[in-house]
Design a protein around this ligand. Structure first.
Ligand code: ADP
Length: 594
């Protein structure tokens, strides 16, 4: 902080100094007028003239050369002014005693009475008034006034002028006081705004708490001229205040070990947090419980303010010094106003960091899950392949058991092993999709070929219609057949006994494939959900059909990696129609005319 706060006292001093400067200037003019008069009246050479003239000139030279601001700010100011005016009065009175100059000099004394009213405190002004009254009475007497009225009248005039200017002076003084306090207020506000701006700018630049806290505390310490600054944030899970590291000491950030404070503790800092009101600790005591944290920070005086956002308290800020006596209540107010934007941003960043941490952990967990599924599936696949191989071998005519019961057990084992294999296969595909590691080889695939392949593999015999018959899509052959097999098998499984039809037709730049069944269909409100993982509608029925709830989610992901899409609609007259859209092979895509 540079410069002092302007006070009433200073404003008055400035006012008096400027009045004295102007009075000196006017006095010069008066002196010149009187000198001219003296030359004209040829009294110039009289010692009664030139001695006071020389004295006054010397006084005015000194007065003009002096910078009055300083002296007028001291407590000797009224005495200096009294001396200055007394000198002037003496000189002018001396001139007035010279007969030809009397008419010029006497009115000047009235002027001096007026200036005195503005320049002096009331007692000094009273003194001046008496002095001027006496001078005027004296001049009147010397001038040969006999009647008492001739003496009293001018003295009364002086008294009236004096009283009037004293009143004006009082008003001036009041106004000066008022404008000084307004000025002080405006200055303070400007300063506050500048600081708020700088604090906000500091806050806006930073991205993490670790980055922002030292900046923030440093800036605030600088403004409040404090050596130590500490921010505490409230931890809602543990219900305590935690000191943010680093703390600020002597212009440097200093890393600290964790320091915590229970919110319910009697410590001042906890009290400030609870009450939401700033507090000024003038002298930190060595024993009081309330001063616990402050003492540990090595402080002797401290300002503590809450950090809050609206009514939500997010923490507290401490600034302090290892000695007493330099802080005041104004600084406490300033800390309060600086803490407001700080609280807002700190809480926002805190929340953001917590969120980021949570997201990071969730991602980690998701990654662990994917890795786990992938590892387990691989590990399961090897022994399962060998089990299936053994079962198939045992099932060969030359090895197959002759008893019916044994044959049945064998075929159950083979069927269940097959189910397990499909499940593991699905899990592997899902984990690849999650890792973004699913291979995609896009190539032109004639739909006729794909449909024929599906027909060879599935347990039922769907009919198929392709229009035009040579429709070719841009797809990964394996993924496309996997999608179609999945949909056809689902139709066979859930629309038992119903005919299943495959259709394909051309749309601008894409082929639309439909797998139509006439079974129970899928209720409206389940149509989005069936594509989510592990979704099975009508659990009991589905369980009996041995599903996993992964099939349609795989269909959707595979369609998407091939830049396609899938949805389900109702078949006219009942049943489900799964619609897959895929891009046409590039050679067939028409360039759209613009
Ligand atoms: P699941 O392994 O259970 O078959 P899917 O993801 O393939 O898993 O299917 C999800 C659910 O959608 C199934 O459990 C079933 O209830 C329903 N569903 C799928 N296809 C059909 C269909 N063609 N007709 C009726 N419901 C179906």
């Amino acid at each position: 902080m540079d410069g002092m706060t302007p006070t009433t006292h200073q404003a008055m001093a400035r006012f008096r100094a400027s009045l004295l400067r102007r009075a000196s200037a006017v006095a010069w003019v008066v002196l010149i007028i009187i000198a001219a008069q003296a030359v004209r009246q040829q009294v110039f050479t009289q010692p009664g003239f030139w001695i006071p003239m020389a004295g006054l000139a010397a006084m005015l030279i000194i007065s003009t050369a002096t910078r009055w601001d300083r002296p007028m700010a001291t407590r000797y100011a009224p005495w200096i002014a009294v001396a200055w005016l007394s000198g002037l009065i003496l000189g002018i009175t001396a001139f007035a005693l010279i007969e030809p100059l009397e008419a010029t000099a006497t009115p000047i004394l009235y002027g001096i009475a007026a200036v005195s009213g503005l320049l002096l405190t009331w007692w000094a002004h009273a003194f001046m008034t008496v002095l001027i009254g006496l001078a005027i009475a004296f001049i009147a007497r010397e001038g040969g006034a006999d009647a008492i009225a001739d003496v009293v009248a001018p003295v009364l005039t002086v008294a009236v002028v004096s009283a009037a200017t004293a009143l004006v002076g009082l008003e001036f003084e009041r106004e000066a006081v008022r404008s000084a306090s307004r000025e002080t207020q405006i200055d303070q506000q400007r300063l506050d705004f500048e600081r708020l701006y700088e604090v906000s700018a500091t806050l806006a630049r930073a991205e993490s708490l670790a980055e922002i806290v030292p900046h923030l505390v440093g800036t605030i310490c600088k403004y409040l001229d404090a050596q130590v600054g500490v921010v505490l944030l409230y931890n809602p899970e543990r219900h305590r205040l935690e000191v943010m590291s680093p703390i600020w000491v002597n212009g440097y950030p200093l890393e600290t070990d964790p320091i915590v404070l229970d919110v319910a503790s009697p410590a001042i800092v906890a009290q400030v947090y609870r009450s939401g009101r700033p507090f000024f600790v003038r002298d930190i005591d060595q024993d009081t419980d309330a001063h616990v944290l402050l003492r540990e920070l090595g402080l002797r005086q401290a300002l503590v303010a809450p950090l809050k956002v609206e009514n939500l308290r997010v923490g507290a800020i401490i600034v302090g010094d290892p000695y007493v006596g330099t802080f005041n209540e104004d600084q406490l107010d300033q800390l309060g106003s600086l803490a407001a934007p700080a609280g807002l941003v700190l809480s926002q960043i805190g929340r953001y960091e917590a969120q980021a941490e949570m997201t990071r952990r969730l991602e980690e967990v998701a990654q662990m899950k994917t890795d786990f599924v992938s590892t387990v599936s691989h590990e399961l696949r090897t022994p399962l392949t060998s089990i299936i191989g053994s079962l198939d071998t045992v099932n060969r005519p030359e090895l197959a058991p002759t008893q019916v019961a044994a044959q049945q057990l064998l075929s159950t084992a083979r069927r269940q092993a097959g189910r397990l294999q499909r499940l593991i296969d699905d899990l592997l595909v899902v984990s690849r999709i999650d890792r973004g590691a699913i291979p995609v080889h896009l190539e032109p695939v004639p739909l006729k070929l794909a449909f024929e392949e599906v027909n060879r593999v599935v347990s039922i015999e769907p009919t198929f219609t392709i229009e035009p018959p040579d429709l070719i899509v841009e797809a990964d052959r394996d993924h496309l057949t996997r999608i179609l097999i999945n949909l056809v098998e689902n139709a066979a499984k859930y629309a038992v006994g119903s005919p299943v039809e495959l259709y394909a037709w051309e749309r601008p730049n894409k082929a639309v494939i439909a797998v139509v069944d006439h079974g129970p269909g899928i209720p409206d409100d389940e149509r989005e959900r069936v594509f989510e993982r592990f979704t099975q509608i009508d659990q009991s029925d589905t369980r009996s059909k041995g599903g996993t709830g992964l099939g349609l989610s795989i269909v959707k992901s595979l369609a998407e990696v091939m830049y396609g899409a899938v949805r389900v609609e109702a078949t006219e007259g009942g049943g489900a129609t799964f619609v897959v859209e895929l891009p046409l092979a590039r050679a067939l895509q028409k360039v759209e005319s613009r």
